[in-house]
Design a protein around this ligand. Sequence first.
Ligand SMILES: Nc1ncnc2c1ncn2[C@@H]1O[C@H](COP(=O)(O)OP(=O)(O)OP(=O)(O)O)[C@@H](O)[C@H]1O
Ligand SMILES: [Mg+2]
Length: 554
Amino acid sequence: MSAEPSRILIVDDDEAARYVKRRLLQAQGYTVSEASLGRDAVVLAAAEEPHLALLDVKLPDVSGIEVCREIKSRYPQIIVLQTSAAFTGVADRTRALDGGADSYLVEPIEPDELIATVNALLRMRDAEQQAGRITRNLEQLVDERTHELAEANRHLADEIADRRQAEAALWHTQKLDLIGQLTGGIAHDFNNLLMVISGNLELLHEAFDGGAKLPPAEIRQLLGNAEAATEHAAKITQQLLAFARRSTLTEETVCFTDLLADSEGFLRRAAGEAIEFSCACGSGLWHCRVDPVQLEAAVLNLVVNARDAMPRGGKLNIEVINVSLDRTSNEVERGAPIGDYVKIVVSDTGEGMSPDVIERVFEPFFTTKEVGKGSGLGLSQVYGFVKQSGGHILIDSKPGKGTMLSVYLPRSVPLTEPSANADPDPRHAARGSETVLIVDDNEDVREVTAVIVRSLGYEVLTAGDAAEALALLHSPRGIDLLMSDIVMSGGINGFELAKRVHVLSPGLPILLISGYPADRGIEADEFPILRKPYRREQLARYIRAALGDPVVLS
Ligand SMILES: Nc1ncnc2c1ncn2[C@@H]1O[C@H](COP(=O)(O)OP(=O)(O)OP(=O)(O)O)[C@@H](O)[C@H]1O
Ligand SMILES: [Mg+2]
């Protein structure tokens, strides 16, 4: 109950009855006002807004039921307790309740009953008001929370958008960093090599220009230096191409048992004496279709890395086994496709790698080694080769706990055995006297190639593009071999030229040359392809092979 006493309006035309009711209610602490007419009751209800109206049904001017309806329609919060004489029928009482009365008492009313009813109705009113307040509070709370949630959602959406933007910016920066690192690395390595080449050539120039007589041994030394630098540069481009998965992989069916038996000694020497080297080959190893040279290079890179991780010695183990990966395999969970593989594991007891290093090891030029100790291309080559061969690679390593690098190469069904009719001594095939048509759109390269081919004893014709070459094909001198660069300007590339020549002169041998042989549409099997940069001796063998001599090309 509120601190202020409840106000009660008594409406009754019987003065004595009003008096009794007033005394009773006042004795209970209520504030009481009175009306004897229906109209006055409505006016008082408006003026005083009582908490409860004790309303007699029979009034002289208007029916109590009408008064009740009026009060309830205007002030629904006022509780109306209708009273009537005992002779009032049930129908009247029902009408009174229909008119909005909250309760009904029949005269004569026992004082206790009246007080109990009034008290109960007022308690009910209080409880209702309290419930109303709670509901309103709750509604307000729900509104506030809903608003807060909507705000939080808006904030979250803004934050997600900001984060996405930041991530995109970070990714962009990282990508630029990586490209910067890559181009910087290439520029650095090539600059050094160009230094060596140009320095040695300059010395030779000076020697010849000044007429100085350099002893042949010194000349050979200068040439040797320049050649070594060229070879190193060629190795770097091969590794970069391997990483870019653009190497020309000369796929062969590789038998690991033979391959490892051949290279074990060499790998053991590469590991060095300070390291305990072991090599375990499972029995009945499957075959794989991979480039054996790249495979050897990859294993060597892994062995060298393991050796470098154990400067004070340790254990290095190479294990080769067959594995079948299915949906339940741990490797498949880590990203390896389901399938049959030959798995090569190179493990060491060296310094291991932190997660940050593991994340970056395949990036070209990423190295933790001192300047001059590592180029950061080793694992890039391994990665590129393995991916290009359809395989997978996994690293397990922890700082101080050693490293285990697992390479998975897909199993292949062995095709035919390697041909046995190759000449065991490739040097027999090196020279010739046939006529070779050299096609290259780069004049310098064309000239160098012509000089080399002539030095091998051949007659040489040259053409700067496919059109010129096609015209020369009908030359009266007769051409025995077409040797063309693949990537050429002028509309028709070397591969298309080769196809046309193959149709025009079906028997004419063709040899294609390329430094970037991953162009679409080149089916490596159709024509032999020699990879740039090549050595003179290698070119000599390819020419003989193209001319039909049995020659070992690898
Ligand atoms: N077995 C290993 N144990 C510990 N760290 C390794 C191992 N293998 C590779 N790493 C880390 O990965 C880095 C990159 O290796 P990667 O072979 O690509 O380049 P590199 O060995 O530094 O140089 P390069 O092989 O070109 O001479 C290494 O510098 C080294 O930090
Ligand atoms: Mg390395």
